[in-house]
Write a protein that binds this ligand. Structure first.
Ligand code: BG6
Length: 478
């Protein structure tokens, strides 16, 4: 069987986000964020994106899975010990902005929040695990959403800069790898998570969305610049949701459509953050959608100066596109759109599984940017079953991860520079899109269920032992 050569020092590990694991949603003076008003269930994003949503907690009506999540807030030592047992070299986590600035617009950071992450980072270093920290992962302070309209407001750039300064200052000796905004491009399909506002029905979505994007790009560039100044030995990346777009067939109409979708979804944000400038194709897009960006003096220079050092991206699926879809076809695609690909099978949640798509993504990104790449999310959400003897035999997850790791090995042979791999949801947690606990990604099972019941006990799945061996052999034993 073919074996693959991963570079020395390859950052093997797992990935999480604060709002999906921590819980303790009101502990240590934490303020509320967008994830705290997300109810459990498959309709959660639709409820939140509904124009009439009031951004309040309705305890009598809904269950809120992120409030306790998997209680990492109190159990981080046990969890990190398990990551260390698997041999993790890196752990991707995010800092909850609302632990540090509960409302988002305070002048001084909250010491209790800073202490919590000091403890988590120290615990990781105790085992030689390198933290990879996302500054903002779908957890915007709710106060900024309600009072300022999220990233629509230019003032939010100043608040973000203050937050970033506070954490760079505090953790400069503890964190070498940073990322700015999680899946920044995803706001094109779900603006509430990333940009902090819903699109009101009567309102034209284009102008506010792209203006908010501009503010976020400026904030990202400021963070990159600050990071380089304050922590010279560090590296800071962007984070893109990358889903290569395939044309359904060789009809040039469909091929062109697939290319346009790829430009907008996969490359627009990455071009701004990696090359430091708006791509040429957006000029036409802005014109056709009557978008006129308010760009302040110095912004464009700042974008150039704030180009990232590496490209972090999530990869779960590819997307197959056709210019004109029937109603039925349009409902059969992936979560991010498209139509069904007849050559692929999908997960229980309809996400099409395509390991070759990862090799394609790595090649596309490297050919376009020639910057180091980091796969910071990839994994299979699946139902797991505990056997009578207590074991959890998740061979389907092992197969999925194994095929994707092989695809990375192939891409490295293709010449791609790859820094690491942190698989998503190294421990079971709240699903972002559905709020379910039963959509499990972990190597570690957490006894917590969709109705909120469960002991929170942690158990090692079969994949735990498999991944441990993958890491110990630096990807040779798959
Ligand atoms: C990514 C997000 O889009 O996908 C994560 O960055 C998320 O926050 C992950 O959890 C998997 O999605 P889901 O909906 O299955 O949790």
């Amino acid at each position: 069987m073919k074996t693959y050569s991963f570079p020395k020092g390859f950052l093997w590990g797992g990935a999480t986000a604060a709002n999906q694991i921590e819980g303790g949603f009101q502990e240590g003076n934490k303020g509320l964020n967008v994830a705290d008003v997300l109810p459990g269930g498959k309709e959660r994003l639709n409820i939140l994106m509904n124009a009439g949503f009031d951004f309040e907690i309705h305890q009598d009506q809904y269950y809120y899975p992120n409030h306790e999540a998997i209680d990492f807030y109190h159990r981080y030592q046990e969890d990190i010990r398990l990551f260390a047992e698997m041999g993790f070299k890196a752990f991707r986590m995010s800092i909850a902005w609302t632990r540090i600035f509960p409302n988002g617009d305070e002048l001084e950071p909250n010491e209790d929040g800073l202490i919590f992450y000091d403890r988590v980072l120290d615990e990781l270093h105790k085992y030689g695990i390198e933290p990879v920290v996302t500054l903002s992962h779908y957890e915007m302070p709710l106060h900024l959403v309600k009072e300022y309209g999220g990233w629509r407001s230019r003032q939010v750039v100043t608040f973000f800069e203050r937050y970033v300064k506070a954490i760079f200052n505090r953790y400069k000796n503890k964190v070498k790898y940073w990322m700015t905004f999680n899946e920044i491009n995803s706001a094109l399909v779900m603006p509430i998570n990333g940009l902090g506002f819903s699109i009101q029905k009567e309102e034209d979505k284009y102008q506010p969305t792209f203006q908010a994007y501009h503010h976020q790009f400026v904030a990202s560039a400021l963070a990159v610049k600050l990071c380089h100044e304050m922590i010279p030995h560090s590296q800071i990346g962007c984070m893109i949701l990358f889903a290569p777009v395939y044309s359904f067939d060789s009809n040039p109409e469909n091929v062109m459509y697939a290319l346009q979708e790829e430009h907008l979804f996969n490359y627009f944000c990455a071009d701004v953050q990696v090359r430091g400038e708006y791509p040429a194709f957006m000029k036409r897009y802005f014109k056709e959608h009557q978008i006129e960006l308010e760009i302040q003096d110095g912004d464009l220079e700042l974008l150039k100066e704030g180009a990232v050092d590496y490209i972090g991206f999530s990869y779960y699926m590819s997307r197959t596109e056709k210019k004109v879809k029937t109603k039925e076809e349009a409902t059969q695609g992936n979560i991010i759109g498209g139509i069904r690909n007849p050559f692929l099978h999908a997960s229980d949640w309809g996400w099409e599984i395509d390991p070759i798509g990862l090799r394609i993504s790595l090649n596309k990104l490297y050919n376009r940017y020639q910057k180091p790449l980091f796969v910071v999310e990839n994994g299979l959400g699946a139902y797991d079953k505990t056997e009578e003897d207590g074991t959890i035999n998740d061979d389907y997850r092992i197969d999925y991860l194994c095929e994707h790791i092989k695809a990375m090995g192939e891409a490295i042979e293709d010449g791609v520079e790859l820094m690491g791999y942190t698989s998503w949801g190294c421990i079971d947690m709240v699903s972002m899109s559905t709020g379910e606990f039963s959509k499990r990604y972990g190597f570690i099972y957490v006894d917590k269920h969709d109705d909120g019941s469960g002991t929170l006990e942690r158990k090692k799945k079969q994949s735990f032992f498999w991944y441990k061996d993958v890491i110990a052999s630096n990807g040779q034993n798959l």
